[in-house]
Write a protein that binds this ligand. Structure first.
Ligand code: ADP
Ligand code: MG
Length: 702
């Protein structure tokens, strides 16, 4: 249960005066929430800038083009003449040095009269301009009386906005939310408070939203840093709690004698690489420990993660327990089962697949066999976390391409068994700080070397003006029986929200079809799963030679015979994405070629990206370069500059705080793992504030 102390902060924003359904909609969008945001969401929406209104010159001395606050007397009003309603409403005001005209366009009747009563003194703040030699202020940002101005510092926060949402109304809403802030207990330890010079939470929130100094809103200053630390601590603590609560019952171990694993290794048509062997051994060791496993297996595309995951599943099956492998897409899930099924069959491991496509009787059969323990490894998509999917004894959850799943989905899968071991597969090498923020203290195995026999990929950048030469090259390749990918970017999302725009891919498909006829196929994300699979299968079977695709082939698709890839508008793709895409070729024993088609002129960033991708195929190096080019937040493909899943912490600024928060979380786990007592109660508040409360039910009431 959420501490009742926090209730005012969890009231919906629509409970604030002046926030109605229209604002609700805009705020949902701004704050990325599916439901009406709460006051706490407003308070954690921090300013991106400030406006300094402290300059208070006389009218005569005000510098045109600057923001000033003028103390004036209102002299007279000149509403637009009746026949020209679109003319501005003018208000003439003055001080003892001169006159100023305050201009309002399309003012509502009565609004200006009330705002600026004739004969009264007011403070007007905004950008001063000269118009026909007369000082003018168009739509003053603020109009204040003596009493109101006394309360303000003269520094206004500026917030990230969304179209249709006015800065003033967001500011007012946040100011009102601040008024509702209850007295919160301190959850950070006195040592850390002292060492980091953190202010109390109320002061931190007040000062970023109502800055007294221009620097108060900077992320590296104590106010923002304190909030960032809170957010990071909540994240670290939640991860640590989840992990600590899931110790295995005494004597229970999740790996057997190795007989199934040996069967699989014997059935492999190749030898494991040393790093695959090391990873498999580390996993087997984890499975025998009294604490559950939380391990990240990182390896470039094509480095052979699937077989390592299969060996983990086999270890679990050796003691009669079950494993699940969850992939983010249907294509990937099918790919996994295709690799796994023949090996599993020969090893005596029973596998099945469950996605959105298995329905009716087929689905019921799978679920029945799963519940009876007749399936050792279930591969699938999100479909695995549906409520009616019940395992007899789930002991291992393998999550592929983890960053596409949220923490909640991962939990939903692991909650289908007791003290379930978790193995996360990631093809995007993740920097250490991100591993910490995202997974907490997690063990990491890396597959550094490529399986033997892989040929290098020749990567070249080619301007669009040479398209016809590229086409000729493709023609020759098709002639000699090669398989070619042609990747087109999705056009940026436009009005029709969230739908892919396929003009590029379909247009290109049509023009290629004109030349190459039925040797061309097309796959994109809006096709049905079965349809996609059919085209992919035709490609793998050489029935079609040229596959036009959007980025649906980015993740995990495996057609080792494909050796050529053309990426159109390569300048529009991020580094990680280019690397993932290119990973679809160079998987077999034949040399591969990747052509990066770009439109001129190239921006600096695009130029730098194409250079990196031409120079190396080492995913770890590419990730490092990516980091340098765009900052950590984007390595996982997240657009905001923050850390994924974090609203306040910024990896560039707060990386020191990440480790400090981790250490603080570990100390808490040592001293008070059940979060009891006053500090425990305070920490529970923290977890709720930052929506990291999913672990609280696991530890029970305080
Ligand atoms: P990823 O790490 O991208 O998931 P996969 O597990 O899909 O890579 O493996 C890519 C391909 O490499 C598969 O066709 C797989 O059979 C093959 N493979 C995996 N390990 C080895 C190895 N040690 N030697 C040769 N080929 C391997
Ligand atoms: Mg894979």
């Amino acid at each position: 249960m959420r501490p009742s102390l926090l209730n005012p902060l969890f009231a919906p924003v629509t409970s604030l005066p002046g926030v109605g359904p229209k604002q609700d909609k805009l705020l949902r969008y701004l704050l990325s929430r599916d439901e009406t945001p709460r006051l706490v969401d407003l308070l954690l929406h921090l300013p991106s800038n400030v406006i300094d209104r402290r300059a208070r010159p006389k009218i005569r001395d005000a510098v045109p083009g600057t923001v000033v606050t003028l103390e004036v007397t209102i002299d007279r009003h000149r509403p637009p003449p009746p026949r020209n309603a679109r003319a501005p409403y003018l208000v003439y005001a003055s001080d003892d040095t001169g006159d100023v005209v305050l201009t309002f366009f399309r003012a509502k009747p009565g609004y200006v009269e009330k705002l600026l009563p004739v004969g009264e003194k007011r403070y007007v703040s905004g950008t001063l301009q000269m118009y026909d030699g007369i000082p003018q202020m168009v739509h003053p940002d603020r109009v204040l009386d003596e009493e109101a101005i006394a309360k303000l510092s003269g520094i206004d926060p500026v917030y990230p906005l969304t179209e249709g949402l006015a800065l003033g109304s967001l500011r007012r809403a946040i100011a009102q939310a601040l008024q509702k802030l209850p007295a919160l207990p301190e959850w950070i330890s006195p040592e850390v408070i002292r060492r980091c010079h953190f202010p109390p939470i109320a002061e931190a929130l007040t000062r970023v939203h109502q800055p007294v100094e221009l620097t108060d809103v900077l992320p590296d200053q104590p106010f923002w840093s304190r909030l960032a630390f809170d957010e990071l601590l909540a994240g670290q603590l939640a991860l640590a709690l989840i992990r600590a609560q899931l110790r295995r019952p005494a004597g229970v171990r999740n790996a057997g004698d190795g007989h199934l694993r040996n069967n699989i290794i014997d059935a492999l048509p190749y030898a494991l690489t040393p790093s695959q062997r090391n990873a498999a051994a580390a996993i087997a060791d984890d499975l025998k420990q009294p604490v559950r496993m939380l391990r990240l297996l990182q390896g470039d595309v094509g480095s052979g993660k699937t077989v390592v995951a299969l060996l983990a599943a086999a270890a679990v099956a050796e003691v009669g327990k079950q494993a699940a492998l969850m992939a983010p897409t249907e294509i990937l899930a099918r790919q996994h089962i295709k690799t796994i099924a023949p090996l599993a069959e020969r090893a005596g491991l029973r596998v099945a697949i469950l996605t959105g496509r298995e329905k009716g009787k087929e689905r019921r059969d799978i679920l029945a066999r799963l519940a009876d323990g007749e399936i050792d490894l279930l591969v699938g998509t999100h479909a695995l976390i549906q409520d009616d999917v019940i395992f007899r004894g789930l002991a291992l959850a393998v999550v592929d391409e983890q960053h596409r799943f949220g923490v909640r989905e991962r939990l939903a899968l692991t909650s289908k068994g007791e003290a379930v071991d978790v193995l996360v597969l990631s093809a995007t090498p993740i920097p250490r700080t991100l591993v910490l923020t995202y997974f907490g203290d997690m063990d990491v195995s890396e597959l550094r070397e490529k399986p033997a026999g892989r040929q290098p990929i020749d990567t070249r950048a080619v301007p669009m003006s040479r398209l016809s030469e590229v086409m000729d090259g493709v023609a020759r390749a098709l002639q000699s029986g090669k398989l070619v990918y042609w990747i087109c970017p999705l056009v940026e999302e436009s009005e029709a929200e969230g739908t892919e725009h396929l003009t590029n891919a379909t247009k290109r498909f049509e023009s290629l079809q004109k030349r190459f006829g039925d040797r061309v196929g097309l796959v994109h994300g809006q096709m049905k799963g079965t349809e996609k699979d059919r085209v992919m299968a035709q490609f793998a079977a050489h029935e079609i030679g040229l596959l036009v695709a959007t980025t649906v082939v980015e993740v995990g698709v495996d057609v080792p015979a494909a050796t050529i890839m053309v990426i159109e508008n390569a300048e529009r793709f991020g580094l990680a994405q280019l690397h993932q895409l290119r990973g679809r070729i160079g998987r077999g024993s034949e040399a591969s070629t990747c052509l990066l088609l770009y439109s001129e002129p190239l921006g600096e960033m695009s130029k730098a990206r194409l250079k990196v991708i031409r120079e190396t195929t080492d995913g770890f190096r590419i990730a490092e370069e990516d980091l340098k080019l765009r900052g950590e937040g984007d390595v996982l493909g997240v657009r905001q500059s923050g850390l994924p899943g974090y609203r306040i912490a910024r990896s560039e600024v707060h990386s020191q705080l990440i480790t400090q928060a981790r250490d603080e979380a570990l100390r808490i786990m040592k001293d008070d793992p059940k979060l009891q007592g006053d500090r425990g109660e305070a920490l529970r508040c923290l977890l709720y504030l930052y929506e990291r409360d999913e672990a609280i039910p696991l530890i029970g009431a305080g």
